[in-house]
Every structure is written in structure tokens, then in C-alpha cells.
Design a protein around this ligand. Structure first.
Ligand code: GAL
Length: 740
């Protein structure tokens, strides 16, 4: 993240245009080493080497690793640019990037910084790609008007390449149109509307024309054009609503033309579009027909059946010891003896009925298919409360997500007290008045209860961890009815530092310890390891009887994060997943997230969200919804509740998918399915829309020629001969293919 200083103004529009009064400099004097004297304008740099600031120093004969280098740019700033400007509050400095970290001085005064330098409080941190745009208040900026100014860059590089790069030094006054902003909002009604709101934050009246077109990116056709003349005073907005088709990808393109100068600003936006067809009103089973439980453990399972309520559930050949709730389809009871128990469940409503042959497999293995549910972290962060958990759980039922198998309701960090009870048992904080009540309520609804702790003294959020109290904690979890434990390394880092031999055994130790106590409890507790993939956890997760293990650090709602975690980091992990053992690339980042009380829409574009869910189903990853379900919209429900997409995720073969074609920005990932077919995610990871000739790659898959092909998101059969697909930037075509 770009750091801004007190004297810098925030919130400049990203549409800054370089007008006529722009000063651009590409050359600098350069010296390796580090000396604060070099920030001063009076220093004589005439003997320094000349360098181009837009190319790394490695390109220009300097290789400096774990070292500093300084650049000094001399520039005359004419007073006239300020005098002629319409906006006299700020002056803008758009500067080259600093690889890996550094500071910028204007005439000896620090005006900007990126990353962390080795001597800094937080230590070294690379921000090699951070943009550097600084808005200085004109009356405070240390500028020598009509004379020489020195911009000095102190750059630290950890590893090649290094130094300044990317753009030249650009200095300019803001243009009138910098005050213009665009916002887009979507409204659902008889007609679906997208409203483009044009705002003006500058104290000049903006006069111009706005043109909004709706286009179909697939064909390039313009579907509608709306024009409007605007005269916008400071802090005023004008709204232009346009209709669009929500069942496919539409682009809303806006162009604002400034009347006096003719300058144009443009922005495109893709509104959310829903591919998942509506579910039939009649009952439909949306689950894998198998469930694993250990002998004597309570069976907690809610049949995921979509369709209109009320619905009646009945069974035939239900094994003795099990019960089926006729209203909500929750299976209960227990079975003491190992074996496969197969019976039939029927769901019936006003529109029809459906039956499923279902097997409860009583044995050593639970989580025969990857877990589905909800976790509080990506939405509420440390502001989670029992009330918030219950509100998402209730919404999982009311909005039909439980009918697709989302059943774990997991409380992440921040339920714990700061101190234990006098007898050493774990205490809850006042946001969680009744843990047992919460567990009972979830179970009555056929849902499962998840909790979070750390093997260390404190959790990442600074709450109590389980160290030296593992047995007591496991017993508390049992008494509350916990079905899932996320056990997060975090505070254990301090313990680990004391270890002499930091070998794999040292990483395994805390997880083995908790496993012992979890397994002593008379219930099944899904064991979810969270230690970010250290010491190749996928190689020994099974040894500590873990059901899943996080493979990376935390995900956030950006393309870069999802791409890196999902595509780059999981590509080689497929051999380690199987029924009961899953790689966990972290929780879902769709819907309203925020890691705090301030929730916002996920920053992923609609296509990035289709890619995210597609990939997680191919990866057989834990599918834990990370948003506030009480505020979920129908786009997000469509993403999470597509029965054909989810059927891949829950496929009982339990194989994790892998990349099979990598061709530039195009990647095809495949997952082998139990019926002999393959789920294929055809991903466009590039920043341009593409038309992909899938036929070109069929041979490379080495499964023979195509027998059938189905579009999983749209739930439509596809031709096996016409194989050209439009795939938007960061988007996917998700197909199920069988071969002959
Ligand atoms: C992190 C973990 C997150 C979340 C958080 C809670 O270590 O990776 O998923 O659990 O701690 O403090």
C-alpha cells in the first residue's frame, strides 16, 4: 500500500490527466551507497553517473543487492504552471516506482515513502510495485519556483532487479476534470438498471457531456446509448440509469467529455450477471449420497434439498439408531458399529417429490467430501459476536444455502476471553454469552458448530490460545457440541522460536498434541490446520489426522491474492488431497466482506468471482463462505448454489484438480470425476477478453475425442464440434466433458 504523509491530500481521482502544463523528467544523477547529505539540494552531484529513472539500475550497469542507491533529479518548476492552473490547492508529483523500498525528498524534505527500510521500526518490507503519486498542498510544498529543485530518491534493493523504474518524474497541477468521479450501482426491479453517478469534488462547475453505452463484450455490439449534457457544481452529482441484461455479461461504458477542453475520461464497468438457472420448485437433492461418521459419534447431517417449503422428509430402511426430522431433513442419532448403512430418503412438496439412496459410512474417516459452510473471519474479523454468527446461520437456512450443503457454521478468532477461568478452563468473552446454547441451536437445525484456537499462548487476534490447556479445551469443545476446530499457529511462533531443532517434527508437535485430545472426545471434530503451509504441511497433515490444512497465508479480496493463492500456490498440491484430507487455500471472498464491522462488496469483478468458485470446486477446497449471509445478494447466491458446479466440488472420488494446459494467459485445469468424466476450467488469466479455440487443446488432454460437453454454470449442453468460446478477462468457461 502506498503510504501518504500528513501534508498529502487524499482521494484524488485515478483519472488524473496530464494537461499542457506538465513537466516530465527522465534523467537523474545516480550514486550507490547511502548518505543522508545526498537529500540536500546544496549537495554537488555533478560527478555522479547519469541514469534513466524508468529502467531498473541493473539494465544500466549497476547490480546492487541488499544495498542502497540514490538518485537526484534536477527540475525547474515554473511559477506559471501554478498561476495558470484552475486548481491552486495542490500540486501533483507522479514518480517512478522504487524497487524494493525507499524515500523521496523534495529539496531536503521527506515527501514520500514506500515499503520498509532495513533500519525502520517494522524492518524491511518490499513494496517494489507500489505506485508513487503524491499530492502536495501548494502553500506548504517546499518548491523553489522558477529555479532548480532537487528530488532525491533513497532506494533500497533486496534482490535483483532494483532501483527506480516504470514511469518518469511527472509534475503537474490538477486539471479541472480531476474532480470528476464515476460510481456505478445496480438495482434490481422489473427492469434491471445500472446507475452511473458522475460526481464533482472540485470547486469549479464542470460543463460537458456524458455518454453511457451498454455493450455486449462477446459480440462487440452496442445495445444502447444514453447521452446527457451536464453542468455540475462542486459536490453535486448527476445520475444516469441504464437498463442491461442481467443474465449475461454486459459492459457499461461511460465517457465524459469536458466542454471547454475536449478532454475525455472513460471508464467501463461489468455489472454482476447471473448464470445459474433458478432451481426448480419441486424437491431436488444437491448432495453427495454419502456421509462418514465414526462409531458412536453423533450423526449431524441435514439433507441439502432445494425446492419450495414446506417440504416433508420420509425414509425407508432407516437404520436403527438414526432419526430423520420430517420438516427440515436433519438426520440424527448414532451408530455404534462400523459398516455402510444404505437407506432411501424422500423429500416431497406441493410440486412433486424426489428420492435419494444414501449411505452413512461408519468407520475411521469423516469429511468424505470437502467441507462446506461459513466462517466469520472474512466478514466480521475480530468484531464477531454470537448474534452475528446466528444471523448468518439463520440466513444460510432462510436463503436456501443449507439446501446446497453449506452446514458448518464456524466462529473464527475473538470468541475467547482474555483470561481463563480459575480452574483453567477456557472462558468466553461477553460477545458470546452461551456457547452451549449456540451449539444446541445449530444442531437442532441440522447445522454444525465450528470454533477456532491456537496452539500458542495467544491467537493472531490477541485472544487466549490453548497452550498447556489442550485437554481442557478439547473437553470444553465437546461440552459445547463443537464439530470443527480451526487450529491456528500464530502465537505458537513464540514457542517455536525456543525450539533447538527446527525440523519437521517441531512443526508437527503442537498439532499432534491437540489431535490426541480431540480424538478422545465422543464426537467427530473436523480438524482444520492453519499454519499457512509451513514445512510442507500437506506431506504430514494426514499423520496428525487433520482433515484439512491451510496451504498459504491469508487470502484477501483482490485478483492478485486469489490468483496467487489459487492458481500459483495450489498447482502442485493435487496428490495430497483425498477423501477426509483436503488442501485448504483459505475461505471464500465473495459477497460482503471486510474483516471488521465495515463490510463492503468483494472487490473481485463478477468474472473473477466465477473464476474463484470454479477453481475452488476443482481444487476440492474447503468452501467456507466468508461473507455476511444475512446481506447476501442473488448474484452471490447464484455463485454458491449452482448444483452442477457444486456436484464437482462434492464428487465422491475426492480427487483434486490440476493444471493440464498452460498457454500464455490461458490455463485449463481438470478434475477427474467419479462417473469417468472430467470437469474442465478454461481460464483466461490475462487482462484482455479472449476468444479461445478449445478444440485446439482437446488433444493435449489425452482422454480421446469428445463425447459430450456441458456448460456447468449455464447448465446447458454444448456442441462437441463448435468449440470456440468467448472468455472475458479473468473469467472462465467451466465445462464437464466426457470422452470416447
Ligand atoms: C490468521 C488466520 C486467519 C484468521 C486470523 C484470526 O492467522 O490465517 O484465517 O483465523 O488468524 O486472527
Amino acid at each position: 500500500m502506498r503510504k501518504r504523509f500528513a501534508l498529502l491530500l487524499l482521494a484524488l481521482t485515478s483519472l488524473t490527466l496530464a494537461g499542457a502544463q506538465t513537466i516530465t523528467v527522465k534523467k537523474a544523477a545516480f550514486q550507490k551507497g547511502d548518505n543522508m547529505e545526498w537529500s540536500k539540494p546544496s549537495f554537488d552531484d555533478s560527478k555522479w553517473q547519469q541514469m534513466d529513472v524508468t529502467r531498473n539500475w541493473d539494465d544500466q550497469g549497476q547490480v546492487l543487492n541488499n544495498a542502497f542507491g540514490w538518485y537526484r533529479v534536477h527540475v525547474t518548476i515554473p511559477k506559471s504552471i501554478a498561476d495558470k492552473a484552475e486548481q491552486k490547492e495542490t500540486i501533483l508529483f507522479d514518480l517512478p516506482k522504487m524497487d524494493d523500498a525507499g524515500e523521496v525528498y523534495l529539496n531536503g524534505k521527506l515527501i514520500g515513502k514506500t515499503g520498509g527500510l532495513p533500519g525502520d521500526k517494522g524492518g524491511y518490507r518490499s513494496a517494489w510495485n507500489a505506485p508513487q503519486s503524491y499530492a502536495l498542498k501548494l502553500n506548504e510544498a517546499p518548491i523553489n519556483w522558477d529555479a532548480d529543485n532537487v528530488l532525491a530518491f533513497r532506494v533500497y534493493n533486496a534482490g535483483e532487479p532494483g532501483g527506480l523504474f516504470d514511469t518518469p518524474v511527472t509534475i503537474h497541477m490538477p486539471h479541472r476534470t480531476d474532480g470528476i468521479s464515476f460510481a456505478f450501482s445496480e438495482q434490481r426491479g422489473k427492469k434491471d438498471l445500472c446507475t452511473v453517478t458522475l460526481g464533482n469534488s472540485y470547486p469549479v462547475t464542470q460543463k460537458g457531456t456524458v455518454v453511457v453505452t451498454v455493450s455486449d463484450p462477446e459480440t462487440g455490439a452496442t445495445l444502447s446509448t444514453t447521452k446527457k449534457s451536464v453542468s455540475l457544481k462542486k459536490d453535486k452529482t448527476v445520475a444516469v440509469p441504464v437498463a442491461y441484461d442481467r443474465s449475461k455479461m454486459n459492459a457499461i461504458n461511460v465517457t465524459y467529455t469536458d466542454g471547454p477542453s475536449g478532454l475525455q475520461l472513460t471508464k467501463s464497468y461489468i455489472p454482476k450477471y447471473i448464470l445459474t438457472p433458478p432451481a426448480p420448485l419441486a424437491p431436488r437433492f444437491n448432495n453427495a449420497p454419502v456421509f462418514g461418521v465414526r462409531p458412536g459419534s453423533p450423526v449431524i447431517y441435514r439433507f441439502p434439498v432445494s425446492g419450495e417449503r414446506p417440504m416433508k422428509f420420509t425414509s425407508s430402511n432407516l437404520p436403527e439408531g438414526l432419526t430423520l426430522n420430517a420438516e427440515n431433513g436433519a438426520l440424527g442419532g448414532k451408530l455404534e458399529r462400523r459398516g455402510n448403512y444404505t437407506f432411501t430418503v424422500t423429500a416431497e412438496n406441493a410440486h412433486g417429490k424426489a428420492s435419494q439412496e444414501f449411505t452413512v459410512r461408519v468407520g475411521s474417516q469423516i469429511a468424505l467430501t470437502p467441507p462446506m459452510g461459513w466462517n466469520s473471519w472474512n466478514c466480521w474479523g475480530l468484531s464477531v459476536s454470537q448474534e452475528r454468527v446466528m444471523s448468518s446461520a439463520q440466513a444460510i437456512i432462510d436463503k436456501g444455502l443449507a439446501d446446497y450443503g453449506y452446514c458448518y457454521i464456524n466462529v473464527d478468532d475473538a470468541w475467547e476471553a482474555r483470561e481463563r477461568n480459575a480452574d483453567g478452563t477456557i472462558a468466553v468473552n461477553d460477545k458470546f454469552p452461551d456457547m452451549k446454547g449456540l451449539g444446541d441451536w445449530l444442531h437442532a437445525n441440522g447445522l454444525k458448530f465450528g470454533i477456532y484456537s491456537s496452539p500458542g499462548d495467544y491467537t493472531c487476534g490477541g485472544y487466549l490460545g490453548s497452550i498447556d490447556h489442550e485437554k481442557q479445551d478439547a473437553e470444553s469443545y465437546n461440552s459445547w457440541g463443537v464439530d470443527y476446530l480451526k487450529y491456528d499457529w500464530c502465537g505458537y511462533g513464540r514457542e517455536f522460536d525456543k525450539e533447538k531443532d527446527k525440523n519437521t517434527a517441531a512443526y508437527v508437535r503442537p498439532y499432534l498434541l491437540m489431535e490426541k485430545y480431540l480424538r478422545e472426545q465422543p464426537r467427530d471434530i473436523f480438524y482444520s490446520l492453519c499454519q499457512y503451509g509451513m514445512a510442507n504441511v500437506w506431506e504430514w497433515g494426514e499423520f496428525v489426522d487433520a482433515n484439512s490444512w491451510r496451504t498459504t497465508g491469508d487470502i484477501t479480496d483482490t485478483w492478485a491474492s486469489m490468483y496467487n493463492i489459487g492458481f500459483v500456490r495450489q498447482a502442485k498440491l493435487y496428490p495430497y488431497a483425498k477423501p477426509g484430507r483436503w488442501n485448504d487455500p483459505d475461505m471464500l471472498i465473495v459477497g460482503k466482506v471486510g474483516w471488521s464491522s465495515n463490510l463492503r462488496d468483494s472487490r473481485l469483478t463478477p468474472d473473477e468471482q466465477y473464476t474463484h468458485i470454479t477453481l475452488w470446486t476443482i481444487l476440492a477446497a474447503n468452501m467456507l463462505i466468508g461473507c455476511d449471509v444475512s446481506q447476501i445478494d442473488d448474484f452471490t447466491i447464484g455463485l454458491l448454489c449452482n448444483n452442477e458446479v457444486n456436484a464437482v466440488h462434492q464428487d465422491i472420488l475426492g480427487k483434486q484438480g490440476k493444471p493440464v494446459v498452460i498457454d500464455g494467459d490461458l490455463q485449463i485445469w481438470e478434475r477427474e470425476l467419479s462417473d469417468g468424466s472430467y470437469a474442465l476450467g478454461i481460464f483466461n488469466l490475462g487482462s484482455e477478453n479472449q476468444t479461445v479455440d478449445f478444440g485446439k487443446y482437446v488433444k493435449q488432454l489425452e482422454h480421446g475425442s469428445l463425447k459430450s460437453l456441458r456448460d456447468l454454470w449455464r447448465q446447458q449442453d454444448l456442441s462437441t464440434s463448435e468449440l470456440s468460446y468467448f472468455i472475458p478477462t479473468h473469467g472462465v468457461k467451466y465445462v464437464k466433458a466426457s470422452f470416447k
